[in-house]
Ligand binder design. Structure first.
Ligand code: CP
Length: 313
């Protein structure tokens, strides 16, 4: 089945087959990083604009490196120095960029739905690099890619997502993506950070408030950061208390099956959701996630801009 979509807006509306196409294409692109010349002409002649209205390290750099490795011409818009600060609307800004006949826009915005709004109104491909508390599809794809690399088939795999589920676009995209590929998801966190009716999401998720008990039953745990910047009010007494009940410490990891792997989308708040020793320890696949993000983003850019066959050059 070929890829047919112009945009990548989220995982909720993708089929298992479409997710698999991205993962398989990313596998092929991952080989490029092992070559002495880490560049292919797949996006030669195409222009990609990176439009980040929110801070980012991993996603922004990963997209930029992916674009360069695909030989695209790239433009990084500095929002703070752009005419957005003079009151220009988002759509006016983007329509002006489109007047240069660009091919794709990678967008991160604090408002949920911005990538969808742009995709409906402009011709170039839109790639969602995170929209508010809604979705972060390429993060979930790289998480799923990492799980596939570790465990093979995801059918029946048990994954816990721990922390600030309410404010997390990473959790939402992971739940949709993992379920479509047959994995079972348990969400863990304080009740104040658990969205209402989360148990009904997709095919249904298990909800737990007991991290030690959950970690004994799962194959992988994805530890999330507390999204302080998105909280309307304080949701728990102190970071110290949060870390005690929902942080992954060295003592706690030692009580789990040896096969359990530890994931984190970054940025990590060391000593809160994850101890430094666990983050840097042998169970951690955090930097492998970052590496895999590059191949996944190359695959996404390649597919949405009309690529079908990966060049052997
Ligand atoms: N995981 C992630 O989105 O990290 P950044 O905010 O640094 O891009």
């Amino acid at each position: 089945m070929p890829w047919t979509k112009k945009d990548l807006l989220g995982l909720e509306k993708l089929t298992a087959e479409e997710i698999t196409i991205i993962l398989d294409t990313a596998k092929a692109f991952s080989q490029i990083a092992t070559r002495s010349i880490k560049k292919v002409p797949a996006l030669q002649g195409k222009t990609v604009v990176n439009l980040f209205f929110e801070p980012s390290t991993r996603t922004r750099v990963s997209f930029e490196v992916a674009e360069k490795r695909l030989s695209a011409d790239i433009v990084n818009v500095n929002i703070a120095a752009s005419s957005v600060t003079k009151g220009e609307t988002l759509l006016d800004t983007v329509k002006n960029l489109c007047a240069y006949r660009i091919d794709a826009i990678v967008v991160r915005h604090s408002c949920a739905g911005v990538p969808h709004y742009l995709a409906e109104n402009i011709e170039p491909s839109i790639v969602n690099a995170g929209d508010g508390m809604h979705e972060h599809p390429t993060q979930a794809l790289l998480d799923i890619y990492t799980l596939r690399e570790k465990f093979g088939d995801l059918k029946g795999l048990k994954v816990a997502i721990v922390g600030d589920i309410s404010h997390s676009r990473v959790a939402r995209s992971n739940i949709w993506g993992l379920q479509k590929l047959g994995a079972k998801v348990t969400v863990v966190g304080p009740s104040t950070l658990m969205p209402r009716e989360i148990e009904k999401m997709g095919d249904g998720v298990e909800v737990s408030y007991d991290l030690p008990a959950t970690l004994k039953k799962v194959d992988a745990v994805n530890m999330l950061r507390i999204q302080r910047e998105r909280e309307q009010q304080v949701q728990f007494p102190s970071l110290r208390e949060y870390a005690r009940y929902f942080g992954l410490s060295t003592k706690l990891i030692d009580q789990t099956p040896e096969s359990l792997i530890v994931m984190h989308p970054g940025p990590i708040n060391r000593g809160v959701e994850l101890s430094g020793t666990v983050a840097d320890g042998p169970r951690s696949v955090i930097l492998q996630q970052v590496t895999n993000g590059l191949a996944v983003r190359m695959a996404v850019l390649f597919l949405v801009t009309g690529g079908t066959k990966i060049s052997e050059e």
